[in-house]
Ligand binder design. Sequence first.
Ligand SMILES: Cc1cc2nc3c(=O)[nH]c(=O)nc-3n(C[C@H](O)[C@H](O)[C@H](O)COP(=O)(O)OP(=O)(O)OC[C@H]3O[C@@H](n4cnc5c(N)ncnc54)[C@H](O)[C@@H]3O)c2cc1C
Length: 467
Amino acid sequence: MSSAADPRFDVDLFVIGGGSGGVRAARIAATHGARVMVAEEYRMGGTCVIRGCVPKKLMVYASQFHEHFEDAAGFGWTVGETSFDWPRFIAAKDREISRLEGIYGTNLTKAGVEIVAQRATVAGPNAVTLADGRTITAKYILIATGGRPSTDETLPGREHTISSNEVFHLPEQPKRIVIAGGGYIAVEFAGVFAGLGSEVTLVYRGDKVLRGFDEDVRDHLMAEYQKKGIRLVMGEVFTGIEKGADGLTVSFRNGHAPVVADQVLMAIGRKPNTAGLGLEAAGVKLGKSGEVLVDADSRTSVPSIYAVGDVTDRVNLTPVAIREGHAFADTVFGGKAWTADHQLIPTAVFSEPEIGTVGLSEAEALATGCALDVYKATFRPMKHTISGRDTRMLMKLLVDGETDRVLGVHVCGPDAGEMIQLAGIAVKMGATKADFDSTMAVHPTAAEELVTMRTPSHRHPKAPKAA
Ligand SMILES: Cc1cc2nc3c(=O)[nH]c(=O)nc-3n(C[C@H](O)[C@H](O)[C@H](O)COP(=O)(O)OP(=O)(O)OC[C@H]3O[C@@H](n4cnc5c(N)ncnc54)[C@H](O)[C@@H]3O)c2cc1C
């Protein structure tokens, strides 16, 4: 037992939220000898496991078979009649999610963590109230309540819409779906439903999806989506949704003709889960969107209360929540102080084709004022030279023209997520373009393009110093 145990409190650590960040923090704290309790009001595993990354990726896999069957013909295969059984897939997916949920619970219990399957709220700097009325005192409280889908409360007919929470449990596959949003969740589900054969309309108020991503990546993906028959309606917002005999009719503000669909998915962002949690009364400062404000150690304005993951709205990704939770537990209970590093986080968008990105976009790199060499290649992936599919892959490297350091890597094409995990190591280590060039190519792959791009496609001179 470490020095963590403090007899003045019922537990050393009370974690609110059994998701990516909370589970990791609880398990690590317990292995350091802390007495830990975790409250989870829904299902152990949190958003990522239950209604986020994992079921989403399974849906992405399900959606890819259609093209695989078509592509097979170019390689001499005759594929018989194919069909997709939505309820059978959903049941298989649900079995896997339940299995993972069980593993999360078991691992916590094995580590000595006590799980309370109910809602918890903060009652003070060292106290938590459970839904059953009990109060538990804790030396430290960790807020790991994640986020939830944003809703448009003013939208007429919003009761007919679904969010990403419901999309995983629809009783039948929508033949026609309208998706609102331009972020990665909207884009990913557009790809999923198009792959499954639904008629997809993606509606976004901006002029391009995936704000914040490199412009070439945004343009490339939109072009690929158009080739797949996804209807992209940019610069539009809903004015209302009406239910009629033929389905849901979505109307628009800026003149686009109404669209009729079986489901309308709102993927217009997420907000931190802090409502009704008792944080402000306990003295915890929240930001403008309700996010818990924390320092680099994930500590809030109340020294005994910490927060990790999406509820802090720093970088809302599972591996980030996990790192933050781990750093917190090691620092507070393990005598090993460290902080999660939020720089150069590689990420993927599981669109079809996939996106992998790390570092700066061209616009961000230019904003630093550095001289910038841009290496860009688009090409038809080898598989599709024979399959005949009209699709292209994009690779882009952004290099500091003076230091030769690689500032950004952007890939859009098959396995981009897998590639960027590894490219991310090099970029994080501060690799230069010369390091990339001196690495032998793996042939024949698409990834070899990253080490064989010799001549910049364009160069931006260093910005003159402001007077
Ligand atoms: C559709 C979708 C797809 C995603 N895909 C990816 C992806 O591909 N890759 C990636 O890295 N990230 C992805 N994410 C983001 C990822 O899921 C989150 O970043 C991650 O789950 C954050 O972990 P967390 O611990 O902060 O919160 P969560 O995992 O959200 O866990 C919070 C938990 O707290 C519980 N809770 C809330 N309030 C209380 C309370 N008062 N009492 C008790 N329990 C409470 C909730 O029920 C929930 O289980 C996706 C998210 C969504 C919605």
